[in-house]
Structure formats: C-alpha cells, structure tokens
Design a protein around this ligand. Structure first.
Ligand code: FES
Length: 625
C-alpha cells in the first residue's frame, strides 16, 4: 500500500498507521499542536483519490469535507492514496525570512558592543607521533601538547578515553578539540580526527508555552542561517502552564511532556540536517530560553511546587547539560546552556528579553512587556528591575482562534477596513502568497479596525446588518476577513471575546505593576513590546484595542520575539551570557494574583478600549471622528 503526494513522491503506508504517522516516518512533518489527537485541526490534507477511513472530522467544516479535506492524523488508508499537502499544513524551515532577520540581529549584536565568543571553541592540534624514544601514552601526549600551547588547564573527561587511540591515529595525529570555557579550567566537549575547525553551528531555542522557535546560527560569522517554528506539541496536554503542571503530576505525565518537547526539537534538527546538509558534529552548542515551567519540562524536572504556595521551582540556575543526557539527537557531547530563571512565573525567556531590549543598561524608567501565552512585564532601569506575570492566553499565537496561526508565511499580519465599503485590505507575510490564516498582529488590527468602522461595538459584539461580511457561522456571528474559491478566513465572535480577554489581562498587568511600585504610565520613558507577532505590530491599533496605554506613540518600540533574540546574543557572546546571569540576579518578582485590584482592573478592560474612556483620550477623539 502506498501514499502518493501530488509533488510526485511516494511513501509506503499501512492501514494501521495514520497518514500523519506514515509521513512522519519519511521525515515529512505536518503542523500539529495536538500531537495527532485530532483536536487541533492543523494537519489538514486534501485526498485526491483512493479509499480510506477517518476517525474524526470534528475540526473540519462541511465545506472543507466537500472539497476533500481530511485530518492526516485521523485518516487511515484502505488502499493506495493520492494526497495533496496544503502549504499551511507543512512544517518547513524559513530560510528566506532568516536573511532579513539576520541583519536585524547582527545590528542588535553590534549595538550591544558584543564580540563573537561562543560557548565553545575549536582548537586544531598536531601531535608528534610516538616513537621508541618518545613512548608516552596518547593521553599524556595530548596533555603535553596542550601544556606547550599554553592550554595546560584543559580537563579531558573520561568519556573521551575509549576512542582516543583511534581518533588521534585516524588523521596522522592531527585532531580538533572542542572546548568549553569555565572559570577554573576549560573542558573538552568533543575530539574529532583531522582539521574540523569549520563549519561550526549553534542552535538557539525559544521554548514558548504555545510556540517553539529554533534558530540555526553560523558561529563563525554570526549569520542566522535558518529559522524554524511550530506549535509546542505539549498543547495536547493543556493550553497553559498550570494545566501542564497538573498533567506533570499525574502518572507518567512529566515524562510525556518532556518527551514531547524533545521530539519537537529533534524534528527541527532533522529538518536542518536535510535542508541545510548540516552534519550533527558541526553543531557545537545549544542555548535554551523558556519560561520556568517550560524550562523544567525540557530538563525533566518536577514542576509541581511551581503552582503551590509559596510557588518554588526546583532550580532557577541550571548547570550545563549535554545533548546525549537530554535525548537531543545530535552529537551527544554538545553542551546545552539554559537561561537562568527568576521565579516560578518569570523565567529565562524574560531574562533573555530584557537582555535583548537592553532595559538593564538604561538610566531612565522603562517598561518591557512580552506578550505570549503568559504576559510578563518588567519595570526598571540600570539600578533595579521588578517583574510580574499575568495570564493572557495563547490567542495572539494563533491558538484558540478559528483561523489563527503563528506569524509565518501566509499569515494575515495587517488589516485596514475601508470606512465606506467596509471591505478589508490585507497584508500577508511572504511575497505574493495567498493567506492561510491570521496571526496576532492581524487580529489586533482587525478588531481595532472593526471597532472604528462600527462593525463591532464596545463590548466586542458584531453588528448583524451592517455588512454582508458579517454572517451567521457555525459558532455564531462571524466577520469574513478574506475569501477566495477555496477558503474563507473569518474572525468569529468567540474569537473576538478571546482577544478582548487577553488584552484586558495585559493592560491590567501593566497598570497594577506600576501602581504597586508607586509609578504611573506618565513616568515611563520607554515601552518595549515583545511577542511572536512577526515583523510588524501596529502600536496605534494595539492602543485602540485597549491592550497598550494611550501614551505618545514615540515612547513605544516593538521588538518582535526577544526571547529568541536574547538566545541568539548569548549563543555568540560570553559577555551577553554574563549579563543574562546578572539580570536574573537583579530582578525582583512581584505576585500580581494576590493583588485584589488586578481583578477589578481586568474586568474594566473587557471593553474596547476600556470602561473608563478618560484613560484613552486619543482613542475617544478618533471615535468622535
Ligand atoms: Fe491532526 Fe492535530 S488534528 S495533528
């Protein structure tokens, strides 16, 4: 039995394996956030011919079923199949996007005054071959050579002894050592025969609750070679950190969660190997930034105490690990640096974000906000840093929104609505690409524009007869953002409610943190916004929505995904890694959930932009217009 793809490739199949699993076996990975349970609806394929049975179609509309769509994880072949994989279902790397992003990151790197000094170094050594007159052992020979090169204090771990005899003889006594810096004595992390000084790559990973982003970095030039991103497959065990922690406390739960995130990372390493022809031995290091729970789950640490008062993580600072110990499929001796965390709800992703924003070096008071599944806020300057967290939910990352998606190719990232015709004009990520969904910045634009066009009222309810684009859908009223022969992209009323809840939590977080430390929005010199919105976030629209305060627009700076940007900086620079450690030590955590006024502030924010319009004078003016 076989499955043929419309691209011409054929793979073998069996009636007991889903199409999703058969494709995976051949290194063809589909987008998924439910781990193949049939609940996320992301693994859509189109069946062109052949017989099959499906276990669940609940995530497909009647229209899609008519057009031949099926969920790959729920489709089992009963004979040969011919299928098409739509672009949005395919997990790929994003080489083209990486080129532009690389320039921005190198600029950030230079402006931080950092120099390329990765976690590891490669040293080429030519050993003198032994003779009857020079008959010391291979290890002594290596140590003698290191000493003569001024590298005397270099620890040789026991695990290298097994193959040392073979390695040194393989290329005429020429070897390349990979070493890692440490305060007391550097350590060898790999020994290769011959000259293996180049190429050298680093992997930087941002493990978000909803999204996983992986960078492949050239450690010699600092260039970003490729980017890959997908949903964190742990979503199948719950949308937020609390449900994941609860799952981790159940039998085998921690293992499930740990295995899932490691499997996601391994998929990307295999994609890089395939598309970029990367030899695992040329990957010298891995740097990980994630919130405290994600960091615990990645390392296989029990996170249960994180959710119980007094909210204590197993560790905030992590010793260096190795790929082999953690199940990462690359050279097992590759060292892994994990960003330090601050507290149970402020993790390494925020330390990384503050590092990228440079908040810890500014004299003036600044506010940093990372909008992800959890909204984390940091207030401070070069003297002090205070952090807090509020749960925004995963909607801005595309989860829980009917046609939501991450900010990757095909995502609608910007929307303008013509005030006369009420027709939207859309901006899509990728050149001339047909839209496949809507990402966070598109959602913010859409809701703000629908509000200004009176398609939506202050409570977030759609106005039924205002336009033919407002129609009755399967989940109540919906607004058609885009439509072509194959599909419609809509925002439903439940989607809009989700977006309003998220923005209310974020605004409440800002306001309460400032109040708690005795400041007002007017005292803030600069506001740095981070999040996976892609290249673009319209600050004006975020203010109209009531997600950001109504401050002069020049105070805001949108920085994109700062967690991965900080991980990039630390992949390349020792000084940046030291600064990250200092930021984590300096930051004080403030628990907002114990503040009574947080809930009041949240409820007031469940309007567009806010129940108290005096907080949004400029939006009021716009509304009057
Ligand atoms: Fe198939 Fe989620 S529905 S992977």
């Amino acid at each position: 039995m076989k499955i043929s793809l419309s691209s011409g490739k054929s793979i073998s199949a069996s009636p007991s394996a889903s199409v999703f699993d058969s494709l995976k076996k051949e290194d063809i990975f589909l987008t998924s956030s439910c781990g193949g349970k049939g609940t996320c609806g992301k693994c859509r394929i189109i069946i062109k011919s052949g017989s099959f049975n499906t276990r669940s179609k609940t995530k497909l509309s009647k229209d899609e079923i008519k057009k031949g769509y099926s969920l790959a994880c729920q489709t089992f072949p009963e004979g040969d199949l011919l299928i098409e994989i739509p672009k949005e279902s395919m997990l790929t790397v994003e080489g083209k996007i990486a080129t532009g992003r690389s320039k921005d990151l190198q600029l950030l790197f230079r402006s931080a005054g950092a120099e390329i000094e990765p976690l590891t170094e490669r040293v080429l050594i030519q050993l003198p071959p032994p003779s009857l007159n020079d008959n010391i052992s291979d290890l002594e020979r290596l140590k003698r050579e290191l000493f003569s090169k001024g590298l005397g204090c270099l620890r040789v771990p026991f695990r290298f002894l097994t193959d040392l005899a073979k390695t040194v003889r393989k290329n005429n006594w020429e070897i390349t050592l990979c070493t890692i810096h440490s305060e007391e004595c550097n350590e060898i992390t790999n020994i290769f025969p011959g000259n293996r000084k180049t190429p050298r790559y680093g992997i930087a990973i941002d493990i978000g609750t909803t999204t996983l982003v992986v960078y492949l970095i050239d450690l010699i030039t600092g260039n970003l070679v490729d980017i890959a991103s997908t949903y964190n497959s742990q979503i199948q065990f719950g949308d937020d950190v609390i449900t994941r922690i609860v799952h981790a406390t159940e039998r085998g739960g921690l293992k499930d969660l740990n295995k899932t995130v490691i499997a996601d990372i391994n998929i990307f390493l295999s994609l890089f190997r395939k598309t970029r022809k990367i030899n695992p031995d040329s990957i010298d290091q891995i740097v990980i930034a994630g919130n405290t729970t994600m960091t615990h789950l990645f390392l296989g640490l029990d996170p249960s105490a994180i959710r119980e008062e007094p909210y204590i993580p197993t560790a905030n600072n992590f010793p260096l690990g190795f790929a082999g110990e953690l199940g990462i499929k690359t050279n097992p001796n590759t060292p892994i640096y994990v960003f330090p965390c601050v507290a149970s709800y402020v993790g390494g992703d925020i330390v990384s974000g503050v590092l990228a924003a440079g908040l810890h070096k500014k004299k003036e008071l600044s506010l940093f906000m990372d909008i992800g599944t959890n909204g984390e806020i940091v207030l401070g300057n070069s003297e002090w840093l205070v952090a807090a967290a509020c749960s925004a939910g995963p909607c801005f990352e595309g989860s829980g929104i009917k046609h939501g998606m991450r900010a990757t190719e095909g995502a609608i990232e910007g929307i303008r609505i013509n005030r006369d015709t009420l027709d939207p004009e859309i901006k899509v990520i990728g050149n001339g690409i047909q839209p496949t969904g809507i990402c966070g910045s598109g959602m913010i634009d859409a809701v703000a524009e629908m509000f200004l066009s009176e398609i939506l009222n202050q409570k977030g309810k759609l106005q039924k007869d205002i336009s033919s684009r407002v129609r009755q859908g399967e989940n109540g009223l919906e607004f058609v953002v885009y439509s072509d022969k194959v599909k419609d992209i809509v925002l439903t009323e439940p989607d809009i409610e989700n977006i309003i809840r998220a923005k209310a939590a974020i605004y409440a977080g800002f306001s309460i943190l400032l109040k708690e430390v005795g400041y007002t929005f007017e005292d803030v010199h600069r506001v740095y916004i981070a999040g996976g919105f892609g290249k673009f976030l319209d600050i004006e629209k975020a203010i109209i929505l009531g997600m950001l305060p109504d401050l002069p627009r020049e105070k805001f700076e949108y920085m994109g995904n700062t967690s991965i940007a900080g991980a990039y900086l630390c992949s390349l620079s020792r000084r940046m890694r030291q600064e990250a450690e200092e930021i984590a030590k300096k930051m004080t955590y403030l628990e907002l959930s114990v503040s009574r006024s947080f809930m009041d502030e949240y409820v007031s924010g469940l309007f567009i932009p806010h129940t108290n319009m005096s907080f949004f004078p400029n939006v009021r003016k716009l509304m009057k217009k």
